[in-house]
Design a protein around this ligand. Structure first.
Ligand code: DMJ
Length: 933
């Protein structure tokens, strides 16, 4: 998307290369050069400081890339905590995430063009030689077609694009003879069998060696794919066709895009998240701009830029109109249903949508880009990173952060569009946070939980492909880069493809389009394309004035469910629909509304009330829609409340030499002992207990006295272990899983349950580590003997001071803890597939026996009130937001849910069975929808 940087405002003529530049001049691109535009607002950043930050980015890249090359290569990725390569099959499977790994040195290929952007030409030359020498694209591995396309094919093509550029310059790469392109072509042919479907949509996975041929391939049975998976091929495939003259690649990618376009929901012009590759039916009918769809939209606009084909712009504009009409609720972007686009499908947003402001810059729609970006930045300021998902009231929904680059990408494009130094400050914060919280001795580690600051043994290849490029370019001047970045377009993985491809080997596009530009109907886009040439120089505070009202959007937000209230209802003076959080089962008016919405109350024997909706019993389709939304809110509310009753994960931070707090391990809490969220952290040296299982009086009390005892899981209750080490004088305990190879990367974390008796006598904090995390501590003891750790609810900042810090005496207050009811959920998340907000919640396990847990979640409401605090009922409607966020927090911090009126928790109908009931209703509703259509 480098064209974004190019001083091309609306109306400025850019007659460099037909046809896209002509179109760009009159359509949507509203970008100004970043230089010398800004005269007020955030203080300008001096060239010196920008250079300093640029150098810092270079040093960080060296740390990430150097450690990968030294400790992981030729493996696909670096595991930065254990400092080794991730080889598929040798590590426990992480599910779909592993489908990016094809035993083809993924990180090296994904890093190729970053090396050139960062002016590391010599290293690039070496890297290309390594790729040509070592990489095998014929492995018997099943990989994701989408990931292989954007990372590997894109990486090879980006490498080739810059290799030929360097060769032409005459100094480097003189030996190069299109070898990377030949590899790209080989890979392209390997991906083609995936398109062997009647629809032309590709299978989601392919075996690099056997294609989809059964049975050897072990794939080819899937029926569904995500929209982004099928719609994010055109840039790489078209580039491959145009570089090589082999038209088949561009043809296949175009066919897939044509099919998606045909299948768009015609009344809303939206697309769903997943589609059946054989029938073309939408499998998931929710629609947003984040996970599962994101780069489909990105590629429509960029395909137009790269290929100059008007039909792509028309499609993009049609979708964009729908996005701005239904999904955009500034500053939020919220998923809706494709058939009922006024109906929100979620109350949370995912981190992948952070790319969207960048795309809006390319589109020329600066205002909403500034708004959404600012909202995201507020979330980042609260949690240091963007959690994988967060709610509309900005609470963490999925707590991990795999060092995603999307926010840096949008920051870069907004800076290029506005020249506002504010965005340089944003970039500086990103750099600081990465160094402070993600940097580990062997690279940069993904965040396992942004709330605790704990790490995951993972450094994805996109971190090198994208993050460093965008951060470096943000601070770079034209002369800092050895080529003109504006001659290239960025793919979704930030690989660079030259814009001159638009006029090379055009035979395919010629079939479908006219080469002449025809004026597009832009009447729907009044809000787009503010003429930045006029706007910013005349009003340099423009961007700031858009950001200003959003400054406190996160901190001062009220807890709320779905924010959209049907606007036309308001306009016509009608009452807004009843929100789940406001519902009171004793309010006759509410009961009347429920009835209208087709929702009935079933009084259960135990006094609780269950809600069931029959859409066909609703007074009208609008009421049925409200009823469905009300029920969805109830589920959401129920799961949120359930979540608030659960103990969050804890952190074990290694603070002694040479870690100095840089390695943070995710730990499970205990339902007994010192509560680390209410007390200061506990810090101490570790010592193994004898016996190691801690199931009897310790024989080495002198070794564990005043220390944090390490105990192995198994053979007795967790509480018994705690008592034994406490009696020996330990100030804390870490139970290490005895299941070899277990890891929080692959297993859901759980809470250690008490022994069913009174555990008030246990005063020390107890945490649980899976075997892999535990072995990091055990290995450290073997290597350094003295290992000091910090047990806490959130990792302490690891700045250089920690390296000199005095050891504070451990805090060891007593704390009465009630053995709370056990709650459940799993930890693994797949953004594309997962709907439920369960990622960061914990299972609870008693020691020695499988969890006999009461996992119930209830969507039943008590007779009294569905919500713990009655005064919350008017909060978001009349805007009187008292400090409800805090109230909520306080509630969740009390031992029990404070409301006596609520029966959300225990011994109630399992959520699955309730969902099954509701699914019937939803199906009925969908049938009704079909009839309507
Ligand atoms: C990258 O691989 C690409 O940007 C993709 O389109 C989705 N996001 C990841 C990084 O978060």
């Amino acid at each position: 998307m480098s064209e974004a940087g190019g001083g091309r405002g609306c109306g400025s003529s850019v007659p460099q290369r037909a046809p896209w530049s002509l179109v760009a001049a009159t359509a949507a691109f509203c970008l100004v050069s970043a230089t010398s535009v800004w005269t007020a607002g955030a203080a300008p950043m001096s060239r010196e400081e920008r250079q300093k930050l640029g150098n810092q980015v270079l040093e960080m890249f060296d740390h990430a890339y150097g450690n990968y090359m030294e400790h992981a290569y030729p493996a696909d990725e670096l595991m930065p905590l254990t400092c080794r390569g991730r080889v598929r099959g040798q590590e426990p499977s992480r599910g779909d995430v592993d489908d990016a790994l094809g035993k083809f040195s993924l990180t090296l290929i994904d890093s190729l063009d970053t090396l050139v952007v960062l002016n590391k030409t010599k290293e690039f030359e070496d890297a290309v030689k390594k790729v040509l020498r070592d990489v095998n694209l014929d492995n018997d591995v099943v990989v994701s077609v989408f990931e292989t396309n954007i990372r590997v094919l894109g990486g090879l093509l980006g490498g080739h694009s810059l290799a030929i550029m360097l060769k032409e310059k005459g100094e480097y790469m003189q030996w190069y003879n299109d070898e990377l392109l030949q590899m790209a072509k080989q890979l392209g042919y390997k991906l083609l069998p995936a398109f062997n479907t009647t629809s032309g949509l590709p299978y989601p996975r392919i075996n690099l060696k056997f294609g989809i041929r059964k049975p050897e391939a072990r794939t080819g049975t899937e029926t569904d794919t995500c929209t982004a998976c099928a719609g994010t091929l055109i840039l790489e495939f078209a580039a491959l066709s145009r570089f090589t003259g082999a038209t088949i690649f561009e043809e296949y990618a175009r066919k897939a895009l044509d099919f998606l376009w045909e299948k768009r929901q015609r009344s809303s012009n939206l697309v769903g998240v997943t589609i059946n590759i054989h029938t073309g039916d939408w499998v998931r009918k929710d629609s947003g701009v984040g996970a599962g769809i994101d780069s489909y939209y990105e590629y429509l606009l960029k395909a137009y830029v790269l290929l100059g084909d008007d039909s792509f712009l028309e499609r993009f504009n049609t979708h964009y109109d729908a996005i701005m009409r239904y999904i955009s609720q500034p500053p939020l972007l919220l998923d809706v249903h494709i058939h009922k686009p006024m109906l929100n499908a979620r109350t949370w947003m995912d981190a992948l949508l952070a790319f969207f402001p960048g795309l809006q810059v390319l589109k020329g729609d600066i205002r909403p880009a500034i708004e959404t970006h600012e909202m995201l930045y507020q979330v980042i300021k609260k949690h240091n990173f963007l959690p994988e998902a967060f709610t509309t009231d900005f609470r963490v929904h999925w707590a991990q952060h795999p060092l995603r680059p999307e926010f840096a990408e949008s920051t870069y494009f907004l800076y290029k569009a506005t020249g506002d130094p504010y965005y340089l400050e944003v970039g500086k914060t990103l750099i600081e946070n990465l160094n402070k919280y993600a940097r580990v001795p062997c690279g940069f580690a993904a965040m396992k939980d942004v709330r605790t600051g704990s790490h995951e043994d993972r450094m994805d290849s996109f971190f090198l492909a994208e993050m460093f490029k965008y951060l470096y370019l943000l601070f770079a001047d034209k002369e800092d880069i050895i080529f003109d970045i504006e001659d290239y377009i960025f793919t979704t993985e930030a690989h660079l493809l030259p814009l001159w491809l638009s006029t090379t080997n055009q035979s395919i596009s010629k079939k479908n389009t006219t080469s002449e530009y025809t004026e597009l109907d832009d009447s729907n886009f009044d809000w787009t394309c503010p003429n930045t040439q006029i706007l910013f120089p005349n009003d340099p505070l423009y961007a700031q004035s858009i950001r200003e009202p959003l400054k406190n959007v996160v901190d001062k937000s009220c807890p709320r469910g779905i924010i959209r209230v049907r606007e036309e209802s308001f306009r016509s003076g009608a009452k807004p629909p009843l929100r789940a959080r406001d519902f009171m089962a004793t309010n006759p008016e509410h009961l009347e509304i429920l009835k209208k919405m087709g929702v009935s109350l079933i009084h259960l024997k135990d006094g609780r009330v269950q809600l069931v909706q029959h859409a066909i019993q609703a007074a009208s389709s609008i009421d049925a829609e409200d009823g469905l939304r009300f029920m969805q809110e109830m589920i959401e509310l129920s799961s949120q409340q359930q979540k608030e009753q659960q103990l969050p994960p804890r952190a074990v931070q290694i603070v002694s030499h040479p870690f100095f707090g840089r390695v943070v391990l995710t730990a499970g809490p205990a339902q007994f002992g010192l509560d680390l969220s209410k007390h200061k952290e506990t810090r101490g040296f570790v010592a193994s207990s004898k016996p190691y299982n801690g199931c009897s009086e310790l024989t080495n009390p002198e070794a564990v006295m005043g220390k944090i005892a390490l105990i192995q899981r198994g053979q007795c209750m967790f509480a018994e272990k705690a008592r034994n080490i406490q009696n020996a004088g330990a100030i804390g305990g870490i139970v290490i899983d005895d299941n070899e190879g277990s890891s929080s990367d692959t297993a859901p974390l759980f809470q250690m349950a008490g022994d069913g008796k009174d555990t008030d006598d246990i005063k020390i904090p107890m945490l649980f580590l899976f075997s892999k995390e535990g072995s990091i501590i055990l290995d450290a003891i073997r290597e350094y003997e003295e290992v000091e750790v910090l047990l806490s609810d959130k990792a302490k900042d690891r700045d250089p001071e920690m390296e000199n810090e005095e050891q504070p005496s451990s805090e060891n207050d007593s704390q009465n803890q009630s053995a709370e009811q056990i709650t459940s959920s799993s930890q693994e998340v797949d953004l594309v597939d997962q709907e439920s907000p369960e990622e960061s919640s914990l299972n609870s396990e008693p020691e020695s026996s499988p969890a006999d847990t009461d996992n119930a979640a209830s969507v039943s409401a008590s007779e009294q009130n569905s919500h713990p605090t009655e005064n919350r009922e008017t909060a978001s409607l009349d805007g009187e937001c008292t400090d409800l966020d805090n109230q909520l927090q306080e509630q969740s911090e009390t031992e029990e849910d404070s409301s006596p009126n609520v029966s959300w928790g225990k011994k109630v109908q399992p959520i699955d069975s309730i969902l099954a009931d509701w699914n019937e209703d939803i199906e009925a509703f969908e049938m009704m929808e079909k009839d309507e259509l």
